[in-house]
Design a protein around this ligand. Structure first.
Ligand SMILES: Nc1ncnc2c1ncn2[C@@H]1O[C@H](COP(=O)(O)OP(=O)(O)OP(=O)(O)O)[C@@H](O)[C@H]1O
Ligand SMILES: [Mg+2]
Length: 386
């Protein structure tokens, strides 16, 4: 069996002859050169798998030969054994410095030499495989990243294209509902309201898709300012109050006293709360209860939305948190929705440096906790209770 081709570089004829015999006996094929310059030329012509080189040679010595090999792409990783005196520590250091793979002590132990060459070859092949798989991983990773960027850009462009005609649909149907230019027949009035509601719903879906793709491609930024949490909480409560009342669900809000002002994006904070509150209302049967509490915790602030609703099974929590993920249940499907609220809410929280946790027990209820970190706290204020 052929184990590979070895280039021997040594100015001593006898050493070359013995080394060739030993290596050939060990199953290698051998090419020989008598100094560094000749070695380089032969390397180019023969492309050996490994090199065994002497150090002291007339003309180009072993160190320079080694450095030259390392500077060329075709020999950058070829294993090179340098033959140095065992007690000559300076040469050993210089050999490694020049890029040698290992050294073999002089006088050379011929039996061991075969094993050493086999070993460096095996190691070199393993490293080569690693480099190749690393390379193909990198190619795959780049391809995946650019596909993901293309997806986000496509979504962003599509969303803009879809929103423009919707503005006309929502705007003009709004005007017609107001009956600005005279009354509509009753049936048309109903239809126009349907057009307006459907258009508005479609707009929120498109906005969610746009937001999520922006957040995922890390192109979403916060418009930070000093925020009064009480204001955000009250604003959010107003937006879900009617929905809760219609569903006959009690909505409680508890604000801890003396909440600090926060450095945050108020629109996105409100989006977080409205998403969580509307989920809680949506997935809680009549007569249930939804509560929002805001207080200090872990040096930051904690926002918690809990409900007495249908809950989510443990293995479905990942589904609920992923884009378009909706848990199958008769109750869940009673309401429309896209499955974008929770993943978006999680992204918006993370954009603030916070974390979102979801705990749930089927048929008992769900608690979603949003932790905002201490860096967001500006300074204590005496914000009043709602
Ligand atoms: N409070 C909750 N109680 C029970 N199930 C919930 C609750 N919140 C979310 N879920 C489950 O997680 C799924 C994903 O929630 P998410 O808010 O992402 O989507 P959605 O409310 O269905 O639609 P969208 O928010 O886009 O209008 C829901 O469809 C529902 O199955
Ligand atoms: Mg939702």
């Amino acid at each position: 069996m052929m184990r590979g081709k070895v280039l021997i570089v040594d100015d001593d004829d006898i050493i070359r002859t013995v080394m060739r015999a030993t290596l050939e006996h060990g199953g290698f094929s051998v090419v020989e050169a008598s100094d560094g310059a000749e070695g380089l030329a032969l390397f180019g012509a023969e492309a050996p798998d490994a090199v065994v080189s002497d150090v002291v040679m007339p003309g180009m010595d072993g160190f320079e030969f080694c450095r030259q090999l390392r500077s060329q792409p075709q020999s950058e990783h070829t294993p090179i054994l340098m033959a140095t005196g065992l007690d000559d520590e300076d040469s050993i250091a210089a050999a490694y410095e020049a890029g040698a793979t290992d050294f073999t002590a002089k006088p050379i132990n011929w039996t061991v030499l075969n094993h050493r060459v086999r070993y460096v070859l095996r190691a070199a092949r393993a490293f080569q495989k690693l480099r190749e798989s690393q390379q193909s991983l990198l190619v795959a990773k780049n391809a995946a990243e650019s596909a993901n960027r293309a997806k986000s850009e496509f979504l962003a462009n599509m969303s803009h294209e879809l929103r423009t005609p919707l503005n006309a649909i929502i705007g003009f149907s709004g005007l017609m509902i107001e009956e600005l230019f005279g009354p509509l027949p009753e049936k048309y009035g109903e239809y126009v309201k349907d057009i307006h509601d459907s258009g508005s719903h479609l707009l929120t879906v498109i906005n969610d898709i746009l937001d999520l793709s922006k957040a995922e491609s890390e192109r979403m930024t916060l418009s930070e300012c000093e925020v009064d949490l009480a204001e955000v909480v009250i604003g959010s409560k107003v937006m879900v109050q009617k929905m809760a009342a219609d569903a006959k669900i009690r909505l409680d809000v508890t604000l801890e006293e003396g909440l600090p002002r926060m450095l945050a994006d108020p629109t996105k904070l409100r989006q977080i709360l409205v998403n969580l509150l509307s989920n809680a209302v949506k997935f809680t049967p009549e007569g249930g209860r939804v509560s929002l509490s805001v207080g200090r915790a872990r040096q930051g602030v904690v926002l918690q939305v809990s409900d007495t609703g249908i809950g989510i099974a443990p293995d479905q929590i990942v589904v609920a948190l992923s884009p378009f993920g909706q848990v199958e249940s008769s109750m869940a499907r009673k309401y429309d929705g896209t499955g974008l609220g929770l993943p978006l809410t999680k992204k918006l929280t993370e954009l603030h440096g916070g974390t979102l946790e979801l705990e749930s027990v089927v048929n008992r209820g769900t608690v979603v906790t949003v932790w905002l970190p201490p860096e967001r706290v500006i300074g204590a204020s005496a914000a009043a209770v709602a």
